[in-house]
Ligand binder design. Sequence first.
Ligand SMILES: [Zn+2]
Length: 102
Amino acid sequence: MGEVKLKKCRRCGHVFLASHISKRGLCPTCGIQAIQEAVEQLKKKQGPVYEKWRQAYERSRELRLQRLREFHQERRGKPRLPELDKVVVDMRIMPREEAKKK
Ligand SMILES: [Zn+2]
């Protein structure tokens, strides 16, 4: 009881109270630095953080389109659903000019 747990920051190597080290093994200073670096990568659209984000984005986009294709396949020949237009707007797959008008 009362034992003080210490942990080393994965980035700077300084020792901190274990409770001050993040899940990813960073001290508060390095944690903030890592966030700033990630934001920079996303802004510049390059770097490992950006690449990871882009791949996840493309996967999710493919999945959404696949679901939409399946939906239309299933609906083929059936009467039009009045709420469908709303669904399309929500999924943001409208051309940009169309979307701006709304
Ligand atoms: Zn650190």
